[in-house]
Ligand binder design. Structure first.
Ligand SMILES: Cc1cc2nc3c(=O)[nH]c(=O)nc-3n(C[C@H](O)[C@H](O)[C@H](O)COP(=O)(O)OP(=O)(O)OC[C@H]3O[C@@H](n4cnc5c(N)ncnc54)[C@H](O)[C@@H]3O)c2cc1C
Length: 217
């Protein structure tokens, strides 16, 4: 596990603000995420799960624990009556939308241009132009931060609301190992699901080939 120390965080966020991470690791496999969580747990370090950094501002004081940047890749398209795409949490969201639209599938086209990673999208139920990920997402695979076991949540399980999900609510209060909103959970070590190694979404076939062609202005 390629762990680094005293790593400036500003380059990893869109706003380019913030100090250094005491420890920083990029994980491109589920096992690396697991190992990083074990490392942090053994040293009682707070953990901050970072995606593309498009919705995060770190303090100038930096982060005193382990920043765990998710870079898990991989995209798998499944044709069929209900086409489905599966993507790793570290996959660039906008590139994924582009690929889906190029296949002639619809369902996420209005979410084109939203910065961040696939793993970041369920956290706040990303949405735009009247469309949101809750409408097409099938399931989200997570690691429980306490047990480090994989857990899968259906869209219904995710309790999506407007820019909201269970990952911002119910899991905030559970166990040492938070999932999203790492800023607060990392500091308190108070949430239970840590990462999204995989995220699946269905997309209906036959729509526009250009992103946002059919989205209201
Ligand atoms: C210019 C701009 C335009 C935007 N437009 C929109 C818009 O139209 N609609 C919209 O909904 N949002 C929008 N956003 C917000 C942002 O794009 C989304 O919130 C995006 O999903 C964040 O993804 P990220 O990977 O960058 O997450 P980060 O910014 O890295 O993290 C955001 C939160 O998610 C958590 N997180 C990230 N990845 C994971 C993971 N794999 N596992 C567990 N937790 C994770 C983090 O801990 C943090 O709490 C915009 C942002 C910018 C800068």
């Amino acid at each position: 596990m390629p762990l680094r120390e005293h790593v400036p965080l500003a380059p990893y966020t869109t706003l380019g603000l913030g100090g250094k991470a005491r420890y920083f690791v990029e994980c491109d496999t589920e096992d690396q995420v697991r190992a990083a969580l074990i490392y942090a747990s053994a040293r009682r370090l707070p953990v901050y799960v970072l995606g593309g950094g498009s919705n995060v501002v770190f303090l100038d004081a930096g982060f005193p624990g382990l920043v765990l940047r998710i870079t898990i890749g991989g995209v798998e398209f499944r044709d069929g009556p209900t086409p489905e795409v599966r993507a790793g949490a570290g996959v660039d969201w906008d590139s994924l939308v582009q690929s889906v639209v190029e296949r002639g599938w619809t369902g996420v086209e209005c979410l084109s241009g939203i910065p961040g990673t696939v793993g970041g999208t369920p956290i706040q139920n990303v949405g735009a132009y009247g469309q949101e990920i809750a409408e097409t997402l099938v399931s989200v695979a997570c690691l429980d931060r306490t047990t480090r076991e994989r857990q899968t949540f259906t869209a219904e399980d995710c309790a999506f609301g407007y820019r909201d999900s269970r990952f911002k609510r119910a899991d905030r209060a559970r166990g040492p190992g938070a999932l999203h909103r790492a800023r607060s959970h990392a500091a308190t070590g108070s949430r239970s699901h840590a990462a999204h190694p995989l995220s699946g979404a269905t997309a209906r076939r036959g729509g526009s080939r250009r992103a946002r062609d059919h989205c209201p202005d």
